[in-house]
Design a protein around this ligand. Structure first.
Ligand SMILES: Nc1ncnc2c1ncn2[C@@H]1O[C@H](COP(=O)(O)OP(=O)(O)OP(=O)(O)O)[C@@H](O)[C@H]1O
Length: 235
């Protein structure tokens, strides 16, 4: 198993945000974590990325426990994150933002290879590589954030609400891009409020509510569950 999360507990000070979370991502899969605002989705993904520390539990990548290694070293194991809100350096160029993703030794050694791969996925970023990132559209800025994460040549890409704030047509583009990235061999753990879109493309999904994973399964099974339909799809 590429990623195994076991019995993860995370708190902010004394306030628990995630209880006993257990989930898996197999190599080559897209796994979605869906749930309402404040359910703990960002907490989960930020803990896997090493940005937050778990109070208890295991996070294994290809069998190696990464829960206790320093956050800045987690990326060396092949995990990259596209954070909520993109977190670009908006006064820097597209190219400078992409180059900042080159924090893995493997990626630094790849020379122009990593950059050319990102440009082949997003030709517009090549055309606009000298443009200031903050002057790009929302969808293009999301492409820069995804491109920056891919510069690290991850095996597992963590994505926190990539569709947030984008128009419906751009959201469709974004999900097509995620599919292409996955087809190129990168596993994706996708956190989304847009349950419909996320379930459409995921191989497996988890539903999280108030800090607990309440159910999981194949997207078709979840979509056939009347409680899930009523709570999340309003039908
Ligand atoms: N820095 C923080 N300090 C204290 N509590 C926090 C902090 N960040 C999140 N929380 C709390 O932890 C819980 C889970 O939040 P989290 O951001 O993980 O949810 P989410 O599912 O990602 O929601 P959203 O979709 O709104 O980002 C919430 O109750 C939230 O208020």
């Amino acid at each position: 198993m590429l990623l195994e999360v076991r019995n993860l507990h995370v708190s902010y000070g004394d306030a628990p945000a995630l209880w006993d979370a257990t989930l898996e991502v197999a190599a080559g899969q897209v796994v979605a974590v869906v749930g309402p605002n404040g359910a703990g989705k960002s907490t989960l993904i930020n803990t896997i990325a090493g940005i937050l520390r778990a109070r208890q539990g295991e996070i294994r990548l290809d069998g190696t426990d990464i829960a206790k290694i320093p956050g800045h070293r987690v990326c060396e194991h092949g995990i990259a994150i596209v954070p909520e809100g993109r977190r670009l350096f908006t006064h820097m160029s597209v190219l400078e933002n992409l180059e900042l993703g080159r924090y893995r030794a493997e990626s630094r050694a790849s020379g122009e290879g990593s950059l050319e791969k990102v440009f082949s996925l997003f030709p517009i970023l090549k055309e606009r590589r000298h443009q200031i990132a903050g002057s790009m559209s929302g969808g293009q800025q999301q492409m820069v954030a995804i491109g920056r994460a891919l510069m690290a040549r991850p095996r597992l890409l963590l994505m926190d609400e990539p569709s947030l704030g984008l128009s419906p047509a751009v959201v469709d583009d974004m999900f097509r891009i995620i599919r292409t990235i996955n087809e190129r061999g990168v596993a994706v753990l996708l956190v989304e409020q847009n349950i419909h879109k996320a379930l459409e493309m995921a191989h497996h999904a988890y539903v999280i509510e108030q800090g607990r994973i309440v159910t999981s399964g194949k997207p078709d099974t979840l979509l056939g569950n009347p409680r899930i339909r009523e709570a999340y799809l309003g039908v």
